[in-house]
Design a binder for this molecule. Structure first.
Ligand code: NAP
Length: 309
């Protein structure tokens, strides 16, 4: 089996940036994409806050540019899914995918985060039949319909505003009476005539037949419950780190985010992490790109040090 210098697990902004730096250092990194290339930004309709694009850029276009740039310098982007890793014996590390097994002197973990679920009855059963975690992917199916959005952060408002392109009405259900989202998005949402807010309220149940037809809402101050007719439920209540491959092998904080030092080094020497798998705070394309750059550079230096020893 050929021994690789760097395997990057994950192909979002952090992974592809780490790969770009490793490729420019002549290390021909392997990037294992996961189920789809690009991570969360690949399903973002428009990115307005990534520097260098004054008019904004579509998420898929940005990912495509990241990929092309990394490949231009020799990164090998492989459409495959990692199923198992073994970091317990030190470098070289083993990374098993659905298609093959890699041995690599260093690994950069950039597996990102996934949408948090509500965990209420009906949610799982109606995924793809009215329950969604991605307005960009599914908004089109709700043309002329009424939908609810759950959450009060930037994602809920941004995606809620996007949904007004299609839906007749968007009700934003928030568990408090104050939004977490930034002021700019709050102002935009408040000005939008299709958007209304339901405060101090949670969704207790999602019901319907073939597709979603209603939700049960509960006011958390009064305890009162009431049914609401709706065609769709879009859930934007934060994210969970995609850490299942690494549990028991890499140190994580109490929320499951991988712990790294200033050099993006994990507790295992030669294993680095970047992007939302190790950042629960900023979670921006710009910060993930920066962290990917740091991890890539740190891995390059670590490999150089190994060769000198
Ligand atoms: P978030 O900021 O963590 O907000 C999650 C929202 O969901 C909060 O309002 C929270 O309520 C609510 N929530 C959490 N668990 C819940 C539950 N079980 N039931 C009901 N509601 C629940 O997540 P996010 O909106 O995905 O944003 C994540 C990060 O990405 C943030 O740093 C954000 O600034 C950034 N982001 C930025 C942009 C942008 O700049 N355009 C766009 C999207 C995301 P509480 O408020 O009561 O906690």
């Amino acid at each position: 089996m050929q021994e690789e210098k760097i395997v990057v697990i994950g192909s979002g902004p952090a992974g592809l940036t780490a790969a770009l730096y490793a490729a420019r250092a002549g290390l021909n990194p392997i990037v294992i994409t996961g189920n789809a290339i690009g991570g969360q930004v690949a399903i973002t309709y428009e990115v307005e806050n990534y520097p260098g694009f004054p008019e904004g850029v579509s998420g898929p276009d940005l990912v495509e540019s990241f990929r092309k740039q990394a490949e231009r310098f020799g990164a090998r982007v492989v459409q495959d899914v990692v199923t198992e890793v073994d970091f317990t014996h030190g470098s070289p590390f083993t990374v098993k995918t659905q298609q093959q097994t890699y041995l690599s002197q260093s690994v950069i973990i950039a597996t990102g985060a996934s949408p948090r679920r509500l965990g209420v009855p009906g949610e799982d059963a109606f995924i793809g039949r009215g329950v969604s975690y991605c307005a960009t992917c599914d908004g089109f199916f709700f043309r002329g319909k009424d939908v609810v959005v759950v959450g009060g952060g930037d994602s809920a408002l941004e995606e809620g505003i996007f949904l007004t392109r299609f839906a007749d009405s968007v009700r934003i259900i928030h568990r408090r009476d104050e939004l977490r989202a930034g002021q700019l998005l709050q102002d935009r949402a408040m000005r939008n005539e299709k958007i209304s807010f339901v405060w101090d309220t949670v969704v207790d149940e999602i019901g319907g037949g073939n597709t979603v037809e209603n939700v049960t809402l509960r006011n958390i101050k009064t305890g009162e419950t009431q049914p609401l007719t709706t065609d769709g439920v879009f859930v934007f209540i934060g994210h969970l780190p995609n850490n299942s491959l690494f549990q028991g092998q890499i140190d994580m904080d109490n929320q499951g985010y991988i712990i790294t030092d200033q050099h993006k080094q994990t507790n295992v020497t030669g294993i680095f992490a970047a992007g939302e798998i190790q950042d629960s705070i900023f979670r921006q394309v710009a910060t993930s790109v920066g962290q990917g750059c740091s991890a890539g550079m740190a891995a390059i230096r670590w490999l150089e040090d190994q060769e000198e020893d």
